[in-house]
Design a protein around this ligand. Structure first.
Ligand code: NAP
Length: 313
């Protein structure tokens, strides 16, 4: 079968680190155009604005959006209005309302839309979900700590309105929690630490309600020094499940578990996202699970604001 033609929009860090290598390695996809105001990819037709690309290349069926969340809605709406399938980087938008609008637009147009959550594709996340499916959960803890200066050097948009601050990485952990836990959890209180010169939090503490559990919480910190900590602990009636390295490692009561699905897991997060997008388009389906975003929106809705020292790069 011919590969599907795809245009990539927003040629920045994640497009270069993950999307382009994944597309180049796949038989299912062909990257045929880019849209970016400043950047280009060698050998690929480049456009500076999406309307021009959509008009010039009616043959491109799928548009994958790697711009930051705040400007993403306009690009996604333009693509859907032009009757194209759309793949969204995480978080799928800046607000829940705009994500729902996009979902309805895609449904009306009969096109696929996919709100991706790359951390859900980490090697051991599916195994964790299966293991937890018949367990009684007693307590949930999430630690999501990294150095923003190392992971997002100079990316001021993360501190602008709509950039989500520490929830930009933290929503990855929340996307795993909402996938692996058998029941819904919700936020009961939060504290959000805002640098005095920035619009989004640099740290956050969340308390969760989970049916039958107590003392569940998350700690998010963007001023972590040294190695990042991307860990989840779930205490159950049958032992403690630990996910480390953002879902790449799983331990039960301290014993590492290897996945039976190693071949698939080894493909990596982004090849799995593109495999899923290919599947959705082939079946005429969409996937817009917004539960991680609800948790972030709720943290902003009920969080207590604390002012912290100014942040400079
Ligand atoms: P980035 O490099 O700062 O931005 C991506 C590209 O988007 C930029 O190169 C820029 O290209 C374009 N852009 C930036 N601001 C824009 C604006 N206001 N309007 C239109 N275009 C704009 O960001 P990134 O790190 O790749 O992150 C992009 C998305 O991927 C985010 O949602 C992030 O959460 C997600 N993500 C990032 C990582 C990571 O490690 N960085 C990992 C996983 C997911 P032009 O200036 O050329 O238009």
């Amino acid at each position: 079968m011919e590969p599907r033609k795809l245009a990539l929009v927003g040629i920045g860090k994640i497009a270069r680190d993950q999307h382009i290598p994944s597309l180049n390695a796949s038989k299912d996809w062909e990257l045929v155009a880019t849209v970016s105001r400043h950047a280009q990819v060698d050998g690929i037709e480049a456009f500076e604005d999406i309307e021009t690309m959509l008009a010039a290349r009616p043959d491109i069926d799928v548009i994958s959006l790697c711009v930051p969340p705040a400007p993403r809605f306009a690009y996604a709406a333009a693509a859907l209005n032009a009757n194209r399938h759309v793949m969204l980087e995480k978080p799928p938008g800046a607000t829940l309302s705009e994500c729902h609008v996009l979902g309805r637009m895609a449904e009306k147009a009969g096109r696929s839309i996919y709100a991706t959550w790359h951390s859900r594709e980490a090697a051991m996340v599916d195994a964790a979900r299966v293991w937890l499916s018949d367990k009684q959960v007693h307590r949930v803890e999430m630690q999501w700590k990294e150095d923003v200066r190392y992971w997002h050097p100079g990316q001021d948009w993360v501190f602008d309105p709509g950039g989500m601050g520490v929830f930009d990485p933290g929503i990855n952990g929340l996307s795993i929690l909402t996938k692996i836990l058998p029941k819904s959890l919700h936020i009961t209180s939060a504290t959000l630490d805002f640098p005095e010169n920035r619009q989004t939090p640099i740290a956050a503490q969340l308390a969760f309600h989970y049916p039958g559990a107590s003392g569940s919480f998350a700690e998010l910190d963007w001023l972590q020094q040294g190695d990042p900590v991307w860990s989840i602990f779930v205490e159950t009636d049958a032992g403690v499940l630990t996910l480390e390295n953002g879902g790449a490692r799983m331990l039960i009561d301290g014993e590492e578990i290897k996945s039976a699905e190693d071949a698939l897991a080894l493909q990596g997060e982004y090849p799995r996202l593109y495999a899923r997008m290919n599947d959705l388009v082939a079946k005429g389906e969409s996937e817009m699970d917004l539960r991680p975003m609800y948790l972030v929106a709720d943290a902003f809705a009920i969080g207590e604001r604390r002012t912290k020292p100014a942040f400079e790069w």
